[in-house]
Design a protein around this ligand. Structure first.
Ligand SMILES: [Zn+2]
Length: 261
């Protein structure tokens, strides 16, 4: 079974946000209430978390996620990283250290901001007293394996900090994080028709460091997945309005949307 759960479908401020409330979103539609982006995968029994949003505590509780085989980081903006401390509960439940995967650039920021979380020299620490994470460095376009699952980091361009996506099983699942354009190498790493493509929208009209709806849908047409889901949506993205303006194979995510692919 391959199953993805969108724990949080919102951009950095969440919806509603302190500044803008529901913005352009219909406040009566519960699908417009969005926590920040984390995604859970159960990939034929390999259980992975993509990013640790500041809302991770309640996301893990609501979905009864008590154990993980690894955490993948896309980039180190606060809305994707700063829930990392919540992983201490996974440490406590399992009594074991937890592996996370990040590029050298991202890992340098993680170790700088959260040095107290990192296990020393690949040795597990006293996980009851302190969280214990083990860093694993990854490189774009160089596949690595977690419990036999092939994962290839993808090179994303144009965000205002280094950002990577992931192709699972040569593109059976493709997960794109914050980006403006895709490096040409991304298309070479997707070696099959994706069953599912996940892309961030942020706002319909796009911004300097974020692709908008036209750019995102153009990439979906180019990659040609069986199904595409948009996440990372700010208060400019009303659920029904986005759904009405996307192709038939594409839908917006909402918090706790879970689907098999
Ligand atoms: Zn970002």
């Amino acid at each position: 079974m391959r199953k993805i759960t969108f724990l949080g479908s919102g951009a950095a401020p969440g919806v509603p946000s302190l500044c803008c409330g529901f913005g352009d979103c219909d406040p009566h539609n519960p699908k417009n209430i969005r926590t920040r982006t984390s995604t859970y995968l159960d990939y034929n029994g390999v259980r992975l978390l993509i990013d640790t949003s500041p809302d991770l505590r309640l996301q893990l509780i609501q979905n009864n996620i008590r154990s993980l085989d690894g955490v993948l980081y896309t980039h180190v903006h606060a809305d994707h990283l700063h829930g990392i401390d919540e992983l201490r509960e996974i440490n406590r439940i399992t009594g074991q250290s937890l592996n996370y995967y990040a590029t050298e650039f991202s890992n340098s920021h993680i170790e700088e901001r959260f040095s107290y979380l990192i296990a020393q020299k690949q040795k597990s620490c006293d996980v009851v007293r302190r969280p214990s994470l083990i860093s694993n460095l990854i490189t774009v376009n160089q596949p690595f394996f977690i419990k036999g699952l092939k994962i290839t980091p993808l090179k994303l361009l144009g965000h205002n900090i280094e950002s990577v996506g992931y192709a699972f099983n040569d593109g059976e699942l493709v997960y794109i994080a914050d980006f403006k354009t895709l490096d040409d190498s991304v298309f070479g790493m997707i070696k099959r028709k994706p069953a599912l493509l996940v892309m961030p929208l942020t706002t319909p009209y796009g911004q300097q460091f974020h692709a908008g709806l036209d750019e995102v849908t153009a990439y979906i047409e180019q990659i040609k997945p069986e199904r595409a889901v948009l996440n990372h949506m700010a208060s400019e993205c009303d659920y029904e309005a986005v759904r009405a303006s996307t192709p038939a194979n594409t839908e917006p995510a909402y918090d706790n949307l879970s689907l098999e692919f």
